[in-house]
Design a protein around this ligand. Sequence first.
Ligand SMILES: Cc1cc2nc3c(=O)[nH]c(=O)nc-3n(C[C@H](O)[C@H](O)[C@H](O)COP(=O)(O)OP(=O)(O)OC[C@H]3O[C@@H](n4cnc5c(N)ncnc54)[C@H](O)[C@@H]3O)c2cc1C
Length: 471
Amino acid sequence: MLNKAFVWIRDDLRVSDNPALINASLNHDRVSAVYIFNKQNFDNKREAQKWWISKSLESFREDLDKYNINLELIISEESKFFSEINNKDICVYWNKVYEPLQLDLDKKVIKILDNKKIEYKFFKGNVLNEYQTITKKDGTPFKVFSPFWRHAEQIYLERIPIKEKKLNKLKQKIDIFKSISKPNDILPNKKWYKKFENYWTVSEKESFVQLQKFLKERISSYGVNRDFPSLNGSSKLSPYIRNGQLNVNTIWSNCSNLKNKNIGIRKYLNELGWREFSHSLINYFPEMLKGNLRKEFDKFPWENSKKNLTAWKKGLTGYPIVDAGMRQMYETGWMHNRIRMVVGSFLVKHLRIDWKEGEKHFRNCLLDFNEANNVAQWQWVAGCGADAAPYFRIFNPILQGEKFDKSGDYVKRWVPELKNYPSKFIHKPWELDDKYQKSINTIIGKDYPKPIVVHENARKAALNAFQSLKK
Ligand SMILES: Cc1cc2nc3c(=O)[nH]c(=O)nc-3n(C[C@H](O)[C@H](O)[C@H](O)COP(=O)(O)OP(=O)(O)OC[C@H]3O[C@@H](n4cnc5c(N)ncnc54)[C@H](O)[C@@H]3O)c2cc1C
């Protein structure tokens, strides 16, 4: 075995439960970790994630240092980087990423390394099951979540991975590519990311702290509280999972070790199941990354209103629950799941704007953006995906607000213009008497927008548009 190796770090910025890194440290005397930042994948596409990754690289570098492993940041395009490697006395390791373009990239890299006669090894990435292992009896992919998850869970239980060995501390550090780039070099130009620092601590250690806190204090009430955006009901681990500070196998084993087997655990694992389902869908149906999975939606008469799209992005639609969600995302890089469904439904049904516009905006603003979840969930909301919410089931943003944010705490947090509104009117502020509006110094149409569409009219227009697909 060669004595030098490097690990191509991708969505796996962690030292524990990282198969490629651990195996490299056990098999070689000197190991370097290499992160390739490909600008084309980020500029004006995934701006928020530049911040998370930059911070992750800083803390990961410190963690790796304790094991005498250097982290080298290379700003390049992956195929170009691998084509330019000259040393043959080196072995390359990586964990897989289950996105069609990334799996294609693996094939290209393998070809390059084979041609150069460079050794390589790759390992299972951050999923419970590799998508190819979960199919129906006839070998075709599942399109409905419940049978998918029943089967996937069973397969996982049968093959629960043996606990990964630990990362080995090496005797000597190496710096293979003499990289000079620093994590700060990949930060977005626009300083709006500064606000994220108030909400997130980005490190592998913090992901464990948050996981343990969630399992100790919140998982038992998760089944109920996860739906109420003013409560801290869900795990908020999604950015850590997405960027690989946390391996989902680690989450699973921590949940299985809990003594009190409450219903919250089942519900929580179910959500990880949706993540698995999304990964399966985009790999079996990669065409859904570009368009509707259900082709009949290709004829949908989408509206092309820039004005309404901008109002939605800025949180100025006049519907407080929608505006609160959009502002929460812009301020913190994260949005509550129920509210993601409400704002998504509002875009594709009330405004009849193509879901792809929403998907693009989320991609740029979410710290947890992940191609599988984002595309599959947008198509779920729009009714054109697998096992999707039917298009004709239209969320009423007023009733959603009254049901899940009854006292208006969530709205008041993110839409401070409405902080003095009585709870009765917080989700329909335009109905408050003019005199009262004046007395609390918040006039609808001046201090906060009037609704950009009238709910009942928008609902009818959406249903008519949907009917037109059947003609
Ligand atoms: C329109 C829309 C877009 C979305 N885009 C993304 C995205 O880009 N990235 C992303 O990770 N999630 C996305 N989701 C799913 C979900 O909203 C987030 O995963 C969740 O809000 C993250 O918060 P949490 O970690 O507290 O979740 P928890 O409720 O604690 O759930 C645990 C984990 O399960 C996974 N998960 C939860 N809900 C879902 C779901 N519906 N589908 C797939 N996986 C899920 C996440 O990894 C999450 O961290 C989207 C949902 C909608 C409706």
